[in-house]
Every structure is written in C-alpha cells, then in structure tokens.
Write a protein that binds this ligand. Structure first.
Ligand SMILES: *Cc1c(COP(=O)(O)O)cnc(C)c1O
Length: 376
C-alpha cells in the first residue's frame, strides 16, 4: 500500500494540458494571459473587484501590511492558533504581533478577546483574522469591532478558498484578503498566493511593489524599495485548471469529513472540529480532538498508530504564543488553543484520496482508539 498523505497535490491530465498550453504559447516570462485570467477568476470566486497573483500567501500578507503602513512601534493582532506565516510578516515590518486565543464555536480568533485587546493595548495598527482549516471566523462581530475602532482587517484565507460566511465568500470581507496556492492547499500552483481587495489603488500599489517597484519608464527608475513577489504565467496556467476543479475538491473533502465523522464521532472522548455552517466550509482538513481522560487512548497514541500504518497525520498548528520565536510577544486568552494543540489531530483529507485509503485511516484509528484489531 502506498503512503497516505495529509493533503498532497491533486494533479490531473487537465493540469498537464493547461501548463503545456502556456509553454506552447511561449508566455513563460513573468506575466501573460494565463496570469490575467487567474487573477480575474480568483477575484470572481472570492467576490472581489481586484487581485494580484504573487509568489506566496506570505508575500501577499507582507505587501498588505506594508501598504497599510505597519512599521516599527506598531502592534498587529493575530490569532495564536495558526501557521507561523500568519504572523511572520508582522515581524518583517518591524512591528509586534499580539496573539489572541480561539473560541470554541469555530476554533478561530475569539471576538471578545479581540475587543479586550483593543481596549487595553495602544498602537494597534491592523488586525489579521484567519479562517482556519477552511472555516470562516465569526466575521460579523470581528468586522463590527474593527469598524468601531477604524482598524483595517486582513483576512488570511490561505486555507479557505471556496468557503463562505452567511453567503459572503471567504476573502471578500476584509480591507485586504489573501489565498495560498502552496502544495498542501485545496488548489495549488506548486507555490503561490494572491492578494485581493475592492480598492483598485491598493492592488495597483501591491502589483507595483511586487514587481521591484519599477516606474513605468524604459530606464528602470525606482522611487521605492520593491520586491520580486510576482507569480509566473506558467504557474498561473496550473492555477486556472486547478481552480476549475475547486467545487469537486470541496465536495470530496466534505465526503471525507462526513465519513470520518460517521465512523468516529460516537467514540468516547472524540470531538470533531465544530462546523458552524456546514454548507459554508471548504473542509480543507478534517480535524478532531481526543480527550485522553475519556478516550482509552491519546492523540499521540493515535498519531503513532497512523505513522506505523504509513499514514501521514499531524497535530493542529502549535499556537504561536507557545513558539520559542514568539516567547516575548504579548498574548491574550487562556488555554483553549493550547488544549486544542495538545489533543488535536488533522486527518488525511486530500481530494485524490480513495475511499479504500480513507477506510484504511478509519480502521487504523478505530483500532487505536478502541483497542480492536485493525482490519488490514
Ligand atoms: C499556508 C498558509 C499561509 C502561507 O501561505 P504560503 O503560500 O505558504 O506562503 C498563511 N497562513 C495560513 C493559515 C496558511 O495555512
């Protein structure tokens, strides 16, 4: 049996044809028609007016913070339970992250703690909200709080392409939003990202900074420090065919979630990530927690059993306030995110995982959690 991965790239003959068409057209150098088409298609999907395709989601967040004028002496609020790339660009800009605990309804940034942070911390310049594992945060309250304080909100929708919140697309709600097309995300361009906004001037500025801040003259004139952050037209060719397959991918990942839930949710001590709006999440990864005091087993025992069966599973993101590199950063909250990290498990959820492979994951977990022998 081949190894079962957590969320591997899902590449079809249509992707080969799409990339091949770009190469045949010879639009290989940075920009080109595939890139324009990819920007327009993602913007439409995310209900946005403007978008710029970039080398990564991290680059997109970096440009957003730069354009918002975040710099030394500023603080930026960010959830603690997320990947380090949600916070690293705050530090690129010489600003300070302040981390916020999660709430139990969606595992995303707790709006009450956000409000508390805004009351108690001066110098806050922006807020980053993350839609973790493909489920949107409590956006009504978070948007209301940010508007009341006149603070720009950046949506880290890296994991949430195709998700929505009460009918609004993930990535359509903040002043800026971004997606990632890294190899493990729901669609991939191998590496890549996109920054979106409704204000054309903001995206024009991002495009300029991402293209080495070149003035529109022939002799390479520069009035600002720029970056080499653009996505290539070849990779956008891959993005176009991947995006055309997004709905099937969401359906497949949701079917994985449903099958895992049906097989495991009744076990004592097992709790799945709550899904506040079942038709709105993109089900990027199926996540659950194992309470060792109630279950006969622990998260680490489950991980070990899966590893022994050549199945890749992972703990949830390690909260950033517990990361050595952020040990001096401020944190607001209790132990909710920390407890999720101790007990949480992400299960293989790829859109190319077969039903037989999924059953193997289920059998291995059932054996680990109940002490029954695995079927294989
Ligand atoms: C993947 C990811 C990023 C970073 O995206 P890259 O394209 O890998 O730079 C940022 N935030 C979250 C929540 C992610 O999962």
């Amino acid at each position: 049996m081949p190894r079962i991965y957590l969320s591997p790239p899902d590449i079809s003959p249509r992707d080969h044809a799409s990339v091949d068409a770009v190469l045949t057209s010879n639009w290989v150098a940075p920009v080109g028609p595939a890139l324009d088409a990819f920007e327009a298609a993602v913007a439409e999907r995310a209900q946005r007016s403007h978008a710029v395709a970039l080398s990564s989601g991290t680059a997109a967040l970096h440009l957003a913070l730069q354009i918002l004028g975040v710099g030394p002496g500023d603080a930026v609020l960010c959830p603690s339970l997320t990947f380090a790339a949600s916070a690293n660009p705050i530090c690129y800009q010489g600003a300070e992250p302040i981390f916020i605990d999660s709430e139990p309804r969606t595992w995303n940034m707790d709006p009450d703690l956000l409000q508390q942070a805004l009351r108690t911390h001066p110098n806050i310049k922006a807020v980053i909200v993350v839609h973790l594992y493909g489920q949107c945060a409590e956006m009504d309250r978070i948007l209301e709080i940010c508007e009341a304080h006149k603070l720009p909100l950046i949506e880290d929708a890296a994991e949430a392409l195709g998700a929505s919140y009460h009918g609004r697309a993930a990535g359509s709600m903040g002043a800026f939003s971004f997606f990632s097309f890294n190899g493990n995300k729901i669609i991939t361009t191998s590496g890549g990202g996109m920054l979106l906004a409704d204000d054309a001037k903001l995206i024009e500025r991002a495009r300029y900074l991402a293209t080495q801040a070149r003035e529109p003259v022939a002799h390479y004139e520069h009035q600002a420090i720029g970056y080499n952050y653009r996505m290539s037209n070849v990779l956008a060719g891959l993005g176009n065919s991947q995006l055309a397959d997004l709905d099937r991918r969401i359906q497949t990942r949701r079917a994985h979630f449903d099958a895992y839930h049906a097989a495991l949710a009744h076990l004592p001590g097992i709790e799945f990530m709550p899904i506040a709006e079942p038709d709105a999440a993109n089900y990027w990864l199926t996540c659950l927690t194992i309470d060792p005091a109630v279950s006969g087993s622990s998260r680490d025992q489950a991980l070990a059993a899966l590893a022994a069966a050549d199945i890749e599973a992972r703990p949830l993101w390690k909260p950033l306030h517990l990361q050595p590199v952020f040990k001096n950063s401020a944190y607001l909250g209790g132990t909710f995110a920390a407890q999720l990290f101790e007990r949480g498990l992400c299960l293989p959820s790829g859109s190319n995982m077969t039903i037989a492979e999924r059953q193997q994951v289920i059998d291995t977990l059932l054996a680990a959690l109940t002490g029954a022998p695995a079927n294989s």
